[in-house]
Unconditional design. Sequence first.
Length: 444
Amino acid sequence: MANPVQSIDFEKIRLSSDGSISGMISLGFNEVVMKNPYFAAGGGLMVLGSGLALARLGMIKGSGFLYRQMLVDLEIPSKDKSYLWFLEWMSKHKQRRSRHLSVETNVITHDNGAITTKFSLVPGPGKHLIRYKGAFMLVSRERSGKMLDMTSGTPFETVTLTTLYRDRKLFNELLDEAKSLAIKAQEGKTVIFTSWGPEWRPFGQPRAKRVLGSVILDEGIAENIVKDVRDFMDSGEWYHKRGIPYRRGYLLYGPPGSGKSSFIQALAGELDYNICILNLSENNLTDDRLNHLINHIPNRSILLLEDVDAAFNKREQVADQGYTSGVTFSGLLNALDGVASAEECITFMTTNHPERLDPALLRPGRVDYKVLIDNATEHQVKRMFLRFYEDEEQLCEEFLAKFRKLNLQNVSTAQLQGLFVYNKRDPKAAIDMIETLQNPNSVF
Ligand SMILES: Nc1ncnc2c1ncn2[C@@H]1O[C@H](COP(=O)(O)OP(=O)(O)OP(=O)(O)O)[C@@H](O)[C@H]1O
Ligand SMILES: [Mg+2]
């Protein structure tokens, strides 16, 4: 094998143009690399290899650059409101059949007690390609396996939408569309929120609004409450000017089945408000959570605390059994009128036993308006009869006469409703069966 060093022509080096060291080295290099077939081949390969490596690096960098320049991502975390809107929108959006679906089951309880179940198939975890207004979008729904939302026990998720940079405006349009779809589903409906850890979540499907006129209270009661609430809602500036916390508490008390809960639901419908129901006897409700919830009520919602007395009686029993969780009385008072109290707050409380309530809860500022919703009066009996049997004035008088004669004092409106529903199309049968009202537990 030829020794490359031996084949260097030193004469040529000496004769190189400037005779400098660099000139000598370059000349030597030429001699070694160019003239020697092995070096020449190896050099060629090296140049080719590094060229390719450079090109590859360039492509990676370039595609990253292009990706950054040409594509745009939108991330929607599961904690965000629009997350559910988007999934719902996706389930309605026409697309190529997706291969990963998850099911979301909604159980709807109708006013008449009937239950229907609705399944909606939403895109499951994975990647889905959709087309929206002519643009392709890659939807990738990912579950973070390790991180759990401690309050609900569900894994955190994110949906990432990717599309071309020039189509980025479509993100806004898509989210707006998803939002209006969700709002349309709630139109004419009342959304019931319940507490879910430290936050409020819709409970079941939005319910059809209950017409205010369908809840028949004694003369003037409903009108006065509606007037008071409306007046309160129009007085924001008045409260602010005087530095008074902008809130108002209502207590509806009275026997079971007199229409308290139904009235609040109808009132919410009338005002176009939603209802946030809080169950104070819930075991894992603490003062902190209560405070947080009361201060983070969704906009345009009524806070409803049902059976306020039961919460504390139960808590005592629970405490006897050795449990200590739950809301303390002072915790409730603080939450109701704490410094951090929410801007506009309408609170409704109901109870069957007002005498069991601590006077501290009833003081103005916490409860500003108390009203007894009692058993049926003659006025209510008449209006209910005519609501069920329109234009049957004559029979209504007959019914009332019998009602008086039997001296029916403690009949709840719920009982009356039961009797009329049982005899839907037959007012005479209702008159014949009026005695059954003497027994509050009668089953027809
Ligand atoms: N005043 C009323 N007008 C029309 N319907 C009524 C009235 N009172 C009760 N009802 C009917 O009776 C049922 C029970 O009423 P609701 O739940 O509102 O009673 P409540 O006062 O909240 O009872 P409780 O104190 O036991 O919670 C509902 O189906 C409702 O339609
Ligand atoms: Mg009730």
